[in-house]
Design a protein around this ligand. Structure first.
Ligand SMILES: Nc1ncnc2c1ncn2[C@@H]1O[C@H](COP(=O)(O)OP(=O)(O)OP(=O)(O)O)[C@@H](O)[C@H]1O
Length: 275
């Protein structure tokens, strides 16, 4: 079996308690997870279960107080600023809100060139790569000179994906990247994620509260509940035949488009409630 690209073992994250002498709040309580190269790990769970905290820990943005995050065989849980910056070409992020994650008054070319310039890419080469990046996410060349604020949510998310791809990362943390988009735009952006993965072999840690999304995009799924992972496994199995009662509850609450399945679900739910 291929060695994991990302290996998380017994990870503990604690946020400082609020108020004088308040106990710290343990948001991750010993989380373990592997992501292999080219694989999508869907991370689901209700609001507040710790999904974003786990993504932030991978990016070095959460206060890790126990366990380890290992990337490509190296422990990255306590890197200094410079080493973390070097890692930016390997691990990237796409956030939920394409409105606040892009500077509205920068042109698309400036937004996409920024990570390349910081990485020391010469201006002419950066220009060529910006053109290529736009092409990879299905935006026209003419987008280059326009401002981010002139674009729709779906188009902005394409720009955010292009920016994440600029340095050819091997892992992208995607934190609810389609939640702010309408349904048809969601489907197109999800397909773009899949197509990019097929072409580049990038791996995703794909955070979402939406089981339909996770089913569409993931190879593996991990289910979080109160700072712990309660179930992991292949996406097909976890989303059709879950073992843990919490995953079963999540699935029952998720709307499925197929009317037969919805009717079956209503019967199951009624049986569970003893009606
Ligand atoms: N900076 C912080 N300081 C203190 N507590 C925090 C901080 N960030 C998150 N938390 C708490 O940690 C817990 C996990 O939050 P997190 O954002 O990781 O959950 P989530 O599953 O991503 O939720 P959502 O789906 O709503 O984004 C929550 O109880 C939250 O209030």
């Amino acid at each position: 079996m291929t060695a994991p690209l990302l290996n998380i073992v017994d990870l503990v994250v604690e946020y400082p308690g609020k108020g004088f002498r308040a106990a710290p709040f343990r948001a991750l309580k010993g989380v373990s997870l592997d992501i292999r190269p080219g694989e999508t790990m869907g991370l689901v769970g209700e609001s507040g279960s710790g999904k974003t905290t786990l993504g932030r820990a991978v990016l070095g943005l959460a206060p890790v107080s126990g366990g380890a995050v290992t990337y490509d065989g190296k422990d990255i849980s306590h890197l200094h600023h410079r080493a973390r910056r070097r890692l930016a070409s390997e691990i990237q992020v796409v956030f939920q809100d394409p409105y606040s994650s892009l500077n509205p008054s920068m042109t698309i070319a400036e937004i996409l060139a920024e990570p390349l310039t910081i990485a020391g890419v010469a201006p002419a080469e950066a220009k060529r790569r910006v053109k290529d990046l736009l092409d990879r996410v299905g935006l026209p060349d003419s987008a280059s000179d326009r401002l981010a604020r002139e674009f729709s949510g779906g188009q902005r998310q394409r720009v955010a994906i292009a920016r994440a791809l600029a340095l050819d990362p091997r892992l992208i943390v995607c934190d609810e990247p389609v939640s702010a988009l309408d349904l048809s735009t969601q489907a197109r952006v999800l397909d773009l994620f899949i197509e990019i993965q097929e072409r580049t072999g990038v791996a995703y840690l794909f955070i979402t509260h939406d089981l339909a999304v996770v089913r569409h995009i993931s190879h593996q799924v991990a289910v979080m509940y109160h700072g712990e992972i309660v179930e992991t496994g292949p996406a097909d199995r976890v989303t059709t035949d879950p073992v843990h009662p919490y995953t079963q509850k999540l699935l029952m609450a998720a709307p499925l488009p197929d009317p037969d399945r919805q009717a079956a679900r209503r019967r199951e739910r009624a049986a569970l409630l003893g009606r």
